[in-house]
Write a protein that binds this ligand. Structure first.
Ligand code: 4AD
Ligand code: MG
Length: 480
C-alpha cells in the first residue's frame, strides 16, 4: 500500500479507507484497553491521533511506542468522535521502526527552553516550534525565487571563495590549504600565498554583490541567493558568522526604483507566509503569547504576530534621509534623557540598532527606509551625491530587527569610483574586473541585500537569530 502523510489525512474526508502512515510518536496515553498516540511526520504542525485496541497488539510491541519512537502503521481513517480533531486512525497493524529509550531521549512532551534546544540542535527539528520554523523557512526560500522569477530576474550563482572584500570591512574567513604549523615564507619572511591553493590569498565571501553587478550589466535584472560569511565578533541575537543573503542587482534602476522593489518584495514575502504558512504562524503566535505571559507588561510586544505581519503589509514604508533621521534622534526623549547606549550628537555617526528601532517602533511605528548616508560610513561602491559628503545608500529598518536590508544605487562613473577606491585604499589592480564594468557600457544601476535570517526573525517572531537557521555558526560555536 502507498504511504500517505499526516497533512493529507487531516484534510481528507475519505473515511473508512485503509491507509499506511509513518512518523514519530509525540505522546501516548492509555486508558483501559485503548492507547491513544499523537503521531507527527513533519508534513504539518498538527498531529494525527492513532487509536490502538490494546488487546489486539502484543504488550511488548505497544510498550515500544514511546515519545520519539518511529513507527509505521496500517489502519482505517475514521471521522473522529473526540474533540479537537476531525479524523483519527484505527490502527490495524503496527511496526516499530526505531525505538527511543524514554530514559535517554531528551525531548519529552513538555516545554523545553530555546537555550536547551540549541544545545541539542540535532534533535530540535522534532519539536513543534522548530518544525514550524523550518517549514516556514522553506516556504520563504521558495517565495523569494518565485518573486524574482515572476519578474523576469535571472538567478546567478556568485562565488563562495573569493579574493575580494566586497564590503571593505575586512572581516573575512581565510581559505587556505597551507600547513598552518609550517607555512612557506617569501624573501621578506611573510607567508607566501603564491604557494597556496589558488596562488593568492582567498577568503569566504561576505557578499555576492560585486559579481552580481557584472551579471546585471548584461542580463539587466539578476539576483543571487547564497551563503555569506562574516568573521565579526558580534555575539548578538541578530548576527551570524554564516548567513544567507538575497542580493538583487538591476541595471537602469535608480535609488527610488530600488526602494520600490525592496518594499514590494518584503510585502510579497509576508503575504506569501500568511497565505501558505498560516497554521505554523498561528502556532508560533500562541507560543509567543505563552512566553510573554511571564514577562513584565512593558516587555511584551504590542501586536500579536499575525497582526504585526498584516500591519507591515498594509502600510507604506516611511522614506527619509539619514540627515532627517539624525535630527529626529537628536531631539528624541531617550537621547535627551541619555537613555541610548550610544548618544546621538553629531551628524556622521553610524546608527546603532537601538536608534533604528526607536525610529521604527516609537517614532514612526512603521518600517522605515533611510537614504543618503554619510559616505564615510558606507562602502566604496555607493553612488556619490552632489553634496560631496553623502551617498545613495538605503537601509530598510524593521520593528524588532533594525536593519533588514542594506543597499544602494551604485557609482557608475569610472573616475568617481576610482577616486573613492583610492581614498579607501582599495587595490585597483586586484579589482580590475570591477573597474572594467565602468569602462565598458556602464549604466546607472542599483541593488540591495536582504539578510534571510533577519527576514525569518521578523516572519516567525523569534527573538534570536540562532533559532531561525538549522545549524547556527557564531563565535565559539560550530557544533553539528
Ligand atoms: O548591509 P550589508 O552588509 O550589505 C551588503 O552586504 C551589500 N553588499 C548588499 C547589497 O547591496 N547587495 O548586508 C545586507 C544585509 C543586512 O541588512 C542584514 O540584514 C544582513 O545582510 N546581515 C546579517 N545577517 C545576519 N548576520 C550578520 N552578521 C549579518 N550582516 C549583515
Ligand atoms: Mg548594512
Amino acid at each position: 500500500m502507498k504511504k500517505t502523510n499526516v497533512k493529507e489525512l487531516l484534510a481528507s474526508t475519505n473515511y473508512d479507507q485503509e491507509i499506511k502512515l509513518m512518523g514519530w510518536v509525540r505522546t501516548k496515553r492509555t486508558s483501559k484497553n485503548v492507547a491513544f498516540v499523537a503521531l507527527n511526520d513533519g508534513s504539518t504542525i498538527n498531529n494525527i491521533q492513532l487509536v490502538f485496541d490494546a488487546t489486539e497488539f502484543p504488550e511488548k510491541e505497544l510498550a515500544k511506542v514511546t515519545t520519539g519512537a518511529a513507527i509505521s502503521v496500517n489502519g482505517i481513517l475514521k471521522e473522529s468522535v473526540g474533540a479537537g480533531q476531525s479524523s483519527e486512525i484505527t490502527v490495524k497493524t503496527l511496526e516499530v521502526l526505531g525505538e527511543a529509550d524514554p530514559d535517554e531521549y531528551p525531548l519529552q512532551p513538555k516545554r523545553h527552553s530555546l537555550e536547551f534546544l540549541r544545545e541539542i540542535a540535532h534533535l530540535r527539528f522534532r519539536t513543534n516550534t522548530f518544525g514550524a520554523i523550518f517549514r516556514i523557512r522553506h516556504h520563504m526560500i521558495f517565495a523569494i525565487h518565485n518573486f524574482f522569477n515572476d519578474k523576469g530576474f535571472f538567478n546567478i550563482h556568485t562565488p563562495i571563495i573569493t579574493a575580494s572584500d566586497a564590503e571593505g570591512a575586512g572581516e573575512m574567513f581565510r581559505v587556505s590549504t597551507l600547513d598552518p604549523e609550517n607555512p612557506p615564507r617569501n624573501e621578506e619572511g611573510k607567508i607566501d600565498y603564491k604557494k597556496d591553493f589558488f596562488g593568492r590569498e582567498t577568503s569566504l565571501t561576505v557578499s555576492g554583490q560585486l559579481e552580481a553587478e557584472l551579471g546585471a550589466l548584461a542580463l539587466s535584472n539578476v539576483y543571487t541567493f547564497g551563503p555569506t560569511f562574516r568573521a565579526e565578533n558580534s555575539n548578538t541575537s541578530r548576527h551570524l558568522a554564516e548567513f544567507w543573503m538575497i542580493e538583487p542587482e538591476m541595471a537602469f534602476y535608480d535609488i527610488h526604483d530600488n526602494m520600490d522593489l525592496a518594499e514590494e518584495m518584503l510585502k510579497y514575502l509576508i503575504k506569501y507566509a500568511l497565505d501558505n504558512c498560516y497554521d505554523d504562524l498561528l502556532f508560533l503566535e500562541q507560543r509567543l503569547e505563552n512566553e510573554e505571559k511571564n514577562m513584565p507588561v512593558e516587555k511584551r510586544t504590542d501586536m500579536k504576530l499575525i497582526e504585526k505581519l498584516h500591519f507591515v503589509l498594509d502600510n507604506d514604508f516611511v522614506r527619509i534621509s539619514y540627515t532627517e533621521a539624525i535630527d529626529i534622534l537628536r531631539n528624541s526623549k531617550p537621547n535627551k534623557k541619555k537613555k541610548f547606549q550610544y548618544p546621538v550628537n553629531d551628524w556622521g555617526v553610524d546608527l546603532q540598532s537601538e536608534h533604528e528601532r526607536y525610529l521604527v517602533e516609537k517614532h514612526f511605528q512603521k518600517p522605515v527606509i533611510l537614504t543618503d548616508y554619510p559616505s564615510e560610513i558606507k562602502a566604496f561602491y555607493m553612488k556619490q551625491n552632489e553634496d560631496g559628503k553623502t551617498v545613495r545608500a538605503m537601509d530598510v529598518l524593521f520593528p524588532q530587527i533594525g536593519e533588514i536590508i542594506g543597499g544602494s544605487q551604485r557609482e557608475e562613473n569610472l573616475e568617481k569610483l576610482r577616486n573613492r577606491m583610492k581614498e579607501m585604499e582599495i587595490p585597483e589592480k586586484e579589482m580590475f574586473w570591477y573597474i572594467d564594468s565602468r569602462r565598458f557600457g556602464s549604466v546607472p544601476h542599483s541593488g540591495y541585500g536582504l539578510g534571510f535570517e533577519r527576514l525569518m526573525l521578523f516572519i516567525t517572531g523569534m527573538g534570536n537569530i540562532r533559532d531561525v537557521i538549522p545549524f547556527p555558526r557564531t563565535p565559539q560555536n560550530a557544533e553539528f
